[in-house]
Every structure is written in structure tokens, then in C-alpha cells.
Write a protein that binds this ligand. Sequence first.
Ligand SMILES: Cc1cc2nc3c(=O)[nH]c(=O)nc-3n(C[C@H](O)[C@H](O)[C@H](O)COP(=O)(O)O)c2cc1C
Length: 316
Amino acid sequence: MSEYRKKTATKENRPNLAVEIAGIKLKNPVMPASGTFGYGEEYASYLDLENLGAIVTKGLSLKPKAGNATPRVAETVSGMLNAIGLQNVGVEGFIQYKLPFLRELNTPVIANFFGNTLEEYGEVARALSEIPEIAGVELNISCPNVKQGGIVFGTDPRAAAEVVSLVRKNLRKPLIAKLTPNVTDITVIARAVEEAGADAISCINTVTGMAVDVKTRRPRLANTTGGLSGPAIRPIAVRMVHQVVQAVSIPVIGIGGIMRAEDALEFLIVGATAVQVGTANFVDPGAMATIVEGLEQFCIDEGIADIRELIGSLRH
Ligand SMILES: Cc1cc2nc3c(=O)[nH]c(=O)nc-3n(C[C@H](O)[C@H](O)[C@H](O)COP(=O)(O)O)c2cc1C
């Protein structure tokens, strides 16, 4: 963003960076992507967590999960593949060990969660609903339904709607549905989750991929396939956010390969209200602080008083 570092921030020209997602007030539109920022505390020595728009937790399930066999990550060109297998401490472990730190912060907490059956999604939603410190939940529907032949909830509009409407019934908090890009037409799924009661959409989760070690002729991941993330997927994510924004009237959170402020701006300009930063946190644990600064600087240099002016400002 060095090309934007032209004007100095003063009291007079400091832009408003605040946005709102489903009633959750964010100081700025930048938050971590689930699974890349632990439960927040792990990153506390690298950046001021109170300067983030929100903290999004690692995906939670009803019971703790150990995750997949290793290797679970592999670096690729401009990205990485992961098949962590949603390792997490479970809802009870979260309340006992992670929440005491998070509740002291003046930053909203969004709990990401998942289930392997419809019933499990409902139970986790009910449990999270009882936690007052959680501002909202993000529902990961990129998981297979183990009771129905392993079909991934988020790849079928009916299954996606079913899980969103069940969670909606069990939850008294803002509900963000996180979409998988591994579908033919993401707008069909986006409309289905909106109709089923989602208050916002986050878009996108990882793109299914595979890499092979040619010497051993084995897959690089023990799980064979995994989720591709990082700059390699950014143009796919920008395109999908652009499509989803046209298809629904609820706010959209853009995710995919954001490394710098300029990348976040692409998502805002196509219509995302906020963004999440994932893989970049592994490259530079302070990346989000730099991105927030870069957004502010861009607004100052462009004479923009309120970042919301940029949202959906795409020119044709
Ligand atoms: C190591 C790793 C773990 C992840 N765990 C989760 C998770 O628990 N729940 C979820 O919804 N998404 C998870 N994701 C997906 C990210 O939240 C994000 O959607 C994706 O990585 C794309 O963003 P990025 O390119 O900025 O990393 C994970 C991604 C990575 C790389």
C-alpha cells in the first residue's frame, strides 16, 4: 500500500471505518477468518485485538475434535491446502478455557460452528445461544451430512436451507451463513440461505484441491484432498461475492486471499460490507493491523469520509 501513503491522518480527515453486520457494530470491516486465528488469544502479542472489527473463533462443535491425521497442511503456489479436520475444544471447552479471555475485550466475538448431522447443528446453535458474550454466530455449512451419504450441506440448496432454518429456530443471535465455493451456482445457495433466515452471508470457504508429491507419488495431505486458500483463490472469491451481492439483500462478508488493504478494498468495492482475513495471518500475524491502517490511509488519500461510501461502488 506504499503507493497510497501520501497524506497524513489528522483529527479532521480521519475517516469513519465503522460498519454494521446483522446488527453487530464493527469498529472497522476487518476480522479474522475462522480457523486461522485460533480463539484470538494466540495472536494477542502480535496485534491489538481491540483494533479489529470482530474476532471470529475457530469452528466449534458440540464435543471436542482431534482433527485429521498429519500432514494436514501443504504449501502451494500462492496459497495453501489444509485438511485440519475442524480440530477444536468443543463448546464446553470454549466456555471454560477461551471465553474468559475474550469477554474482557472490547471487540465483538463471532462464534463459528459446524455439525456433522442436522441435529448436531441444532444442538450447537442452542448451546451458543446461551452465551451472552457471543455477538453472533457464523454457520459453516461446508460439512458433510454423515447421516445422508456425506452430502455437503452447503452444496445443495435444500440441505443448506434446512440447516439454516433449524439453526435459526434454535438461536437468538445474528446468524451469518458461510458459503462453500464448491458449487456450480453460488447464487442459488445464497438465495436459499437468505430465505431460510440467515441475517448475513460470508463468502467464501476454501476451494477443494489436491497436490501430489511426485517422488513418493503420495498425496501431500493425509486426507488426500483439502481446502485451498490464500491469494490463489482471491479472483474466484471476488467474483462470487460480486454475484452473491446482486442475488441477495442481506449483507455479505468477503473472504478469500486477502493479504493487503488493496485486496480488502476489492471486496468492499464489489459490495462486501466487511472482510475476513485468513491465510495472511500465517504469513504475518500482524497482517490485519496493517490492513486496517491501509484502509484508513486509502480513504484519506481518496478523500473518502466514510468507508461505507466504497461498499458496492464498482464502476462498469
Ligand atoms: C488452516 C485453516 C483452517 C480453517 N478452519 C476453518 C473453520 O474451522 N471453519 C470455517 O468456516 N472455515 C475455516 N477455514 C476457512 C477460512 O476461514 C477461509 O474461509 C478460507 O481460508 C479463505 O480465506 P483466506 O484465503 O484468507 O485464507 C480454515 C482455513 C484454513 C487455512
